[in-house]
Ligand binder design. Structure first.
Ligand code: ATP
Length: 233
């Protein structure tokens, strides 16, 4: 479904990503793990069209998207939940979800709100509340709900566990599995390697802008190198 082929990304003189290649197949959860500054967010933003690669190609369902405008990429079925959530403050929970459906032209939008509220009951309770007054975990759910309202084929999640209490992290990860079970493919970027690999079909380890290891979620979880560097020994 998604093929990232040998992409490099520069910020001015600084090279943040060095010839990275990986793929996400339909129906999978693929986790990309790595420490602070490894280049995870840069790769996601490059896939979404917010950052341009200096070389390499990105194919989504067989089509080159590395030069497409971000809104065209979303319209083609690829939606990103950014790091730090970025819900729209000054808008209610309901209005934030409406923004997610902005590009849709089909008639199923109303039903999909109900699906989102089923998945995230707290959002239903808070539907008239200003999004900025939600807790961190609730904002993460809203950002995920908003992205799901665009009916993506592929959902890109940037560190959904960041800053959340363990109970919320568990809930968010079980919802990610539910999203997969309902047919959406997921690319998950995480520092929380244990959680990210435990739900992943496959994973990649990124270090200073390069992929250094890949395997199934279970293979990576039991790899000595991963244990030492990311799982506390
Ligand atoms: P974190 O988990 O801390 O968010 P990350 O793995 O997502 O880290 P990136 O945010 O992609 O890493 O950053 C990769 C490298 O690129 C870092 O060295 C960072 O300082 C640099 N970088 C990121 N954005 C910019 C920018 N806009 N201008 C210059 N350098 C940048």
């Amino acid at each position: 479904m998604l093929q990232v082929q040998d992409i490099s990304v520069h910020y001015g003189m600084i090279q943040a990503v060095h010839g990275v290649s990986f793929e996400v197949k339909q129906g999978e959860i693929v986790s990309l793990i790595g420490a602070n500054g490894a280049g995870k967010t840069t790769i996601l933003r490059t896939i979404s069209g917010l950052v341009r690669p200096s070389s390499g190609h990105i194919l989504f369902e067989g089509k080159n998207i590395e030069k497409e405008a971000p809104q065209k990429i979303v319209a083609s079925g690829l939606s990103q939940v950014p790091e730090g959530r970025h819900v729209f403050s000054g808008l209610t929970v309901q209005e934030n979800l409406e923004m997610g459906a902005f590009l849709r032209k089909d008639s199923g939008v109303k039903e999909d709100y109900e699906q989102i509220f089923k998945k995230f009951p707290i959002l239903k309770e808070r539907r008239s509340q200003d999004a900025s007054t939600l807790s961190g975990g609730e904002q993460q759910m809203l950002a995920m709900g908003r992205a799901l309202m665009s009916k993506p084929k592929l959902l890109l999640l940037d560190e959904p566990s960041m800053g959340l209490a363990p109970i919320f992290i568990k809930e968010i990860f079980s919802i990610i599995q539910e999203i997969q079970a309902q047919g959406t493919t997921v690319l998950l970027i995480e520092q929380n390697a244990k959680m990210a690999l435990s739900i992943a079909n496959r994973g990649y380890v990124l270090e200073t802008g390069k992929i250094v290891l890949e395997g199934t979620g279970q293979e990576l979880l039991s790899s000595e190198a991963v244990k030492k560097a990311y799982l506390g020994g």
